[in-house]
Design a protein around this ligand. Structure first.
Ligand SMILES: [Zn+2]
Length: 519
């Protein structure tokens, strides 16, 4: 049996059976999986199928019974397949229709001890935590995220490692700080020495897909590495139709996301980049959100409320309709925050202020594993997601990863420790920094060209509990803390030299940057 995933078809009164879900155990035996995968069979049609395709049904029956031997049972409609009826007998009420299958998962023994969950990662670009209902803000409507937080895990002090879309996502996908992944500017490439999240999960049997929201996280920089599908074939649907698409059409993207999840072989890992929350001069926003929320900061609160429904809610509902929620981990986060300036201008790449580097991070775990509204106070970072997914999947964590398994997850007992220090930088602005639970130190690089961070000088030290607005530089009052944090910061800041993309790719990136208002 090896490492094969044992799966049983999902059959219930209201959920059609997708035939391809019977076949992953023996893909080599299926001569034409593409043809078969298009068929959708409802429970009432199974009798007819038995007479038309007896050989295939016998194979499915064998797989079902082998699956029971492997101990992995999904909710079943007893009687649809003989093997499933046996499964219900074996596992009792926990396996009767409509019950949470995780009850079975908890009892089951898996091949290799692995929990082969699906993973759905959603980036809400530019979203600040203090503009979400689940973080205590009352000026938005975010019921879907609020429900996720109420049943899952919410991180009060989640941080990005750069207030730039491309650098932050490179940290997400490598589990490393910017100096290690070497993606410090949009024209850089992710270090080839590191395994990306998609490469790692793909090599362990996960089907992978990415739906980037802009060419700024594109193939040129290596963001496609490890993804079976990197959906950037969006000609005609973006707001620009030349080589540089700086923002995709969300409705069209959502349709393709759903279509992919319907057909994907499980387990799968999908990354969805929602960019309509980014600052744009003319936000496309349905009338309701324009009327309901103030126009300030380019309808920031209205765009976030719309994202909660049009992105988070749509995806959760779709997973639910397909019966996937019971075995899917979903993480919603931002790549960076936003500085909401007094002149109604949003901006996020100016420095390393908390407004820009603090992000929301909310995890929804499969039913039955749900911890029921855990809120974690410790500082955590985007780098922590990669090792955390490995932890939940029972995979080893690739060497060299700088992130840690997130506290608050099942099987991850205890805190990360008071001394956790997270690195951040704003390379184009010449700033480096570290953030602990209480302190933030910012350094300014003296020479932007030679890469010698040892020449950096102290820009400011802030004590965040007493000065959340970062108004009082207290570096002179606390020389010992400055010395300690500076040493840590400079240790993290050392990394390999960055490699640049090709010249024509750089032009496309430049146009995308212009489109998003960076240049
Ligand atoms: Zn971004």
């Amino acid at each position: 049996m090896g490492d094969h995933l044992f799966r049983v078809p999902v059959i219930s009164r209201d959920c059609p059976l997708r035939f391809f879900s019977l076949l992953p155990l023996a893909p080599a035996k299926c001569k034409d999986p593409a043809r078969i995968s298009d068929q959708v069979i409802k429970p009432g049609q199974i009798g007819g199928l038995r007479s038309r395709a007896p050989k295939l049904c016998r194979m499915a029956d064998r797989q079902v019974s082998r699956a029971i031997g492997g101990g992995m049972i999904w909710p079943a409609f007893p009687g649809a397949w003989p093997g499933l009826a046996a499964a219900v007998q074996q596992f009792g009420p926990a396996c009767s229709p409509g019950t949470a299958p995780i009850n079975c998962l908890g009892k089951a023994k898996f091949s290799g001890g692995r929990m082969r969950f699906n993973f759905v990662l959603v980036t809400l670009d530019c979203v600040r935590p203090d503009h979400l209902g689940c973080y205590g803000y009352r000026g938005v409507e975010t019921p879907n995220l609020d429900r996720m937080a109420a049943s899952g895990v919410l991180y009060e002090q989640a941080l990005t490692h750069a207030p730039n879309t491309w650098v932050a996502h490179a940290s997400l996908f490598t589990g490393c700080f910017p100096p290690a992944h070497a993606m410090r500017a949009p024209q850089h490439r992710i270090s080839s020495h590191l395994s990306t999240m998609a490469e790692w999960f793909s090599s362990h049997g996960w089907t992978t897909a990415a739906f980037p929201g802009t060419t700024l996280v594109g193939k040129a920089q290596g963001f496609n590495r490890g993804f079976d599908l990197f959906d950037d074939q969006w000609a005609g649907e973006g707001l620009r139709t030349d080589q540089a698409i700086w923002r995709r059409n969300w409705k069209a993207a959502l349709g393709r996301v759903k279509g992919w999840m319907d057909m994907a072989r499980e387990p799968f890992l999908i990354w969805i980049h929602y960019i309509d929350t980014h600052h744009l001069p003319e936000p496309e926003l349905p009338e309701y959100y324009r009327r309901r929320f103030p126009p300030g900061w380019q309808y920031y609160d209205g765009k976030i409320s719309h994202a909660d429904r049009a992105c988070v809610g749509e995806i959760i509902d779709h997973l639910g309709r397909r019966g996937l929620l019971e075995r899917t981990v979903m993480a919603v986060f931002a790549d960076h925050g936003e500085e909401l300036c007094e002149d109604d201008r949003p901006l996020h790449d100016g420095g390393l202020r908390e407004d820009s580097v603090r992000i929301p991070l909310v995890l929804r775990l499969p039913d039955g594993m749900s911890p029921g509204g855990v809120r974690v106070e410790e500082p955590v970072g985007l780098v922590d997601l990669f090792p955390s997914l490995c932890h939940l999947a029972g995979l080893s964590i690739p060497q060299g990863i700088q992130g840690l398994v997130l506290p608050g997850l099942p099987g991850r007992e205890g805190a990360l420790g008071q001394g956790r220090i997270l690195y951040m930088e704003n390379w184009p602005r010449g700033l480096l920094g570290v953030r602990s639970r209480e302190w933030k130190l910012i350094l300014r690089r003296q020479d932007l060209d030679d890469g010698d961070e040892a020449k950096s000088r102290v820009e400011a030290l802030y004590h965040l509990p007493t000065d959340p607005g970062e108004r009082n530089d207290v570096a002179r009052k606390h020389p010992a803390i400055v010395e300690h944090l500076q040493e840590e910061c400079l240790l993290w800041a050392k990394g390999p030299a960055s490699r640049s993309v090709a010249q024509d790719e750089e032009m496309a990136i430049r146009r995308a940057l212009e489109g998003l208002g960076y240049l």
